[in-house]
Design a protein around this ligand. Structure first.
Ligand SMILES: Cc1cc2nc3c(=O)[nH]c(=O)nc-3n(C[C@H](O)[C@H](O)[C@H](O)COP(=O)(O)OP(=O)(O)OC[C@H]3O[C@@H](n4cnc5c(N)ncnc54)[C@H](O)[C@@H]3O)c2cc1C
Length: 222
């Protein structure tokens, strides 16, 4: 059943990404990596649902979403851009294909980082970050969501790649098979991929070239 929740805080994480915190509803259950269809509780918008991932943990006493807004789309995220604390979201069906299965490499493009925010938070809480790695692809440095947090959490296991900027210390271009190969360190690693469809297809081709079997790939297209 749909749950209506009040927004308690909105914080800008990057120039176009918002962290939206809402009050918790006990009737809601989800696991790290899952998303829900969300709509805005305003006239004409209640039925306009879009999927967004929980970036809070199930046991937190709040709910959090990390949302990239597209003001030009004239859709739900444009509306989200103008929300203020006190406004309400409606949380509809919870779903999602991404769940943690074991140590490996997380490969995200843009807002595709959101399921990994939740999963890495959970691993941090349990003291199980281990040798997990994150390859995060963005256009520019300004687009990187939670860069400082991931640096602290993962150190050298956090690899940024920027397509539109060439900055020392950051990989430049698009994710290649070679870049992934450099990070491989065990035969039984899992590969978690989330991002726009074209990026996902390319990364899956790279993984196939590297001999990674499909049952070691966990993915969701955004
Ligand atoms: C399982 C899942 C989980 C997700 N989780 C998250 C998350 O946690 N955070 C996050 O930020 N995103 C997430 N996404 C992506 C998110 O759902 C989309 O960004 C969101 O649906 C966009 O909604 P919108 O209404 O603003 O725009 P859209 O639905 O893309 O478009 C609205 C309107 O704008 C038009 N339009 C489309 N493209 C353009 C364009 N380039 N220029 C002008 N007009 C255009 C369309 O015709 C449409 O009428 C997730 C997606 C999936 C599948």
């Amino acid at each position: 059943m749909a749950q209506t929740v009040k927004i308690t805080a909105i914080k800008k994480l990057t120039h176009d990404v918002l962290k939206i915190t809402t009050e918790k509803t006990e009737a809601l259950s989800y696991f790290p990596g899952q998303a829900a269809d969300i709509s805005i509780n305003k006239k004409d918008w209640q039925q306009e649902m879009r999927p967004f991932t929980f970036t809070s943990l199930p046991e937190d006493d709040i709910i959090e979403f990390t949302i990239k807004v597209y003001p030009l789309h004239k859709g739900v995220t444009q509306q989200i851009h103008s929300l203020v604390p006190g406004d309400e979201l409606i949380i509809h069906e919870v779903f999602g294909d991404i769940a943690y299965k074991g140590e490996g490499i997380f490969i995200a493009g843009g807002a595709g980082i959101t399921p990994f925010i939740a999963i890495l938070k959970q691993l941090e809480k349990e003291g199980k970050i281990g040798n997990n790695k994150l390859i995060f692809a963005n256009k520019t440095k300004a687009d990187i969501i939670l860069e400082d947090k991931f640096h602290k959490l993962l150190g050298n296991n956090f690899i940024n790649i920027l397509s539109d900027e060439n900055i020392p210390g950051y990989e430049h271009g698009y994710i290649t098979a070679e870049l992934i190969k450099q990070q491989l360190n065990a035969n039984d690693q899992f590969f978690y991929i989330c991002g726009p469809e074209p990026m996902m297809q390319t990364v899956e081709k790279h993984l196939s070239l590297l001999g990674i079997s499909k049952d070691h790939i966990v993915k969701e297209a955004f």
